[in-house]
Design a protein around this ligand. Sequence first.
Ligand code: NDP
Length: 332
Amino acid sequence: MVIAKAWALKKHFDGFPKTSDFDLKKIELPNLKDGGEEKLLLESVFLSVDPYMRPYSRRDMKEGDIMIGTQVARIVESKNPAFTVGAFVVAGRGWRTHFISDGKDLQLLPSNWPESLPKSLALGTVGMPGLTAYFGLLEVCKMKPGETVLVNAAAGAVGSVVGQLAKIGGCKVVGSAGSDDKVAYLKKIGFDEAFNYKTVKSLDEALRKASPDGYDCFFDNVGGEFASVAINQMKKYGRIAVCGAISQYNDYVPQKGPYVQLPMIFKELQMEGFLVTRWNNRREEGLQALLKWVMEGKVKCHEQVTEGFENMPMAFIRMLKGENLGKAVVKV
Ligand code: NDP
């Protein structure tokens, strides 16, 4: 018999999440039975902490529920021939150290996953955030070679891939991030222009200086004031992919305009919100493309690894505060 540890939402977040909003629980897992539905025992090896957990917790969870989320897990015991003991999968079973599955909710890592590549990347560059960058750029921004792409939260899990894929696609790339170290990282991984949005005197000027001719594509991870300023610097027929709105997730009161209609009309812009799950049927295509670029060294990955399952709430809070460079993950 295995006792799993799991983090529950003790109290709905009120403004910025606090460690006291979480509760560590112990859950007794039943032994696997021959012929039963539940044929696999898994242990989480890496767990993801993501911005979506903040707004989705309010929408989808009640107090006492185990926190939502995704992990890379190892099969510890199997009575299902499709899954061998020792195999690694991606699962969406929330903040738990161990769990039982019938296999239907598990995705094996791509069979050509190189031994040398950290499996945690299946939660980042070669996982959901990488796919968000891939489909958001190709299908929503519809970037073309020679265009200028703007991305904010650029040193994070999604943003760092957006910038690198736009470079592969022959674009000029401008990124913004919240520290000088992050800006230095962006330049190191090939961004043409990068600035610290927290220290520039004027966001408007910083955007204008980085691309005096304006922007064809804007991959928006942040929303709010940044987006309101950036929209005025779009080129005619520009495309805006509304990926995230992290500047608003912890707000008590919804932010107010400036409103988007005038620049949308005068510049004939397209603005489209999207969820990466829209392309679930093309997941394999996206993962293979990302895996290839990572292995060729064309896409660099950085991870912010927090050690210890007990530190999950802290890792989540730090990510929301911007303390992560690249993908924030927890190693159990
Ligand atoms: P990141 O790794 O980018 O981590 C979050 C980052 O957001 C922080 O590091 C911080 O960077 C920045 N940030 C936090 N608060 C603010 C703020 N008030 N204003 C501006 N920036 C802030 O996370 P992800 O790459 O996983 O996610 C990026 C965005 O993409 C999120 O909005 C997320 O919800 C969205 N997303 C959407 C998906 C979809 O299907 N539509 C799928 C996955 C993610 P900094 O230091 O630069 O401020």
